[in-house]
Design a protein around this ligand. Structure first.
Ligand SMILES: Nc1ncnc2c1ncn2[C@@H]1O[C@H](COP(=O)(O)OP(=O)(O)OP(=O)(O)O)[C@@H](O)[C@H]1O
Length: 245
């Protein structure tokens, strides 16, 4: 269940972005509230990663605004990023360092200073197998690296979490475990934006859905409507309709 709150943490307003003469985003708007998991869906090239890159401050919008926790990313990218954790499809970690050393080092870079025991407790909380905590990341599976990414987000006490294709390449049980962790984070009030092609996990885990196609937000679904919908047929209906236009 989505926590009863309407506090927008991630805000995208009339966002436009072009690459040369190709309009990748044509003025999209949506918000993600505290405690909400929003699944950003859309076919290849729809503009999901471009949206995320604008939110992370890696790309400058041509017009419109993006903000995290009320901070306009273009105006103050450092403060905006302090509130944010990002888990890309391949979590970038130091392969020779252990899981524990990675969480500790990445947190320190973000200005967080916890004890080794506290970092260890975070890795235990995300259910990284105990035998792996002190092993090099190069020996980890993708699901284990994802868990380290979540532990870093917990250490940062991020209010917003952005994920790009988090479950791609995970086996069904790793995918389920990961979605449980996302549910726990949302339960603690974190606003979660997840770009994904995984319609099954979106249907199971998300409180709301935004479907992007060719740089436009073609459908937004939230609240009770989420429970009543068959997401795959809704998705296909929208994508096919756009293809025919
Ligand atoms: N740096 C770039 N230069 C030129 N075109 C780009 C650039 N980045 C993205 N694009 C184009 O913008 C459009 C949107 O790309 P984007 O990566 O945001 O899509 P996506 O929805 O994330 O797709 P996928 O599901 O394949 O990851 C695509 O047509 C892509 O080719």
């Amino acid at each position: 269940m989505l926590k009863e709150t309407t506090q927008a943490v991630i805000e995208v307003c009339e966002l436009k972005k072009a690459f040369a003469d190709y309009q990748a985003l044509k003025g999209i708007s949506f918000t993600v509230n505290a405690g909400e998991i929003l699944a950003l869906l859309g076919p290849n090239g729809a503009g999901k990663t471009t949206t995320i890159n604008c939110l992370l401050g890696f790309l400058q919008p041509d017009s419109g605004t993006v903000s995290i926790g009320g901070i306009n990313v273009q105006h103050d990218v450092v403060r905006a990023r302090q509130q944010l954790a990002y888990i890309p499809e391949q979590v970038a970690l130091y392969p020779r360092l252990t899981g524990l050393e990675n969480v500790s080092y990445m947190s320190q870079i973000a200005g967080i200073s916890l004890s080794q025991n506290e970092y260890r407790a975070l890795l235990e909380k995300v259910q990284l197998p105990a035998h792996a905590i002190d092993k090099a990341i190069s020996t980890y599976s993708k699901g284990m690296r994802q868990k380290v990414g979540i532990a870093i987000a917990l250490a940062k006490q991020a209010t917003a979490l952005i994920l790009d294709e988090p479950t791609s390449g995970l086996d069904p049980s790793a995918s389920y475990e990961f979605s449980q962790l996302l549910g726990q984070l949302a339960g603690q009030g974190v606003a979660i934006l997840m770009a994904t092609h995984d319609l099954f996990r979106a249907q199971e885990d998300a409180h709301s859905v935004a479907i992007l196609n060719q740089g436009q937000l073609v459908h937004r679904l939230q609240g009770q409507d989420m429970q009543d919908v068959q997401l795959e047929s809704l998705y296909l209906q929208h994508i096919r309709r756009e293809a025919l236009c």
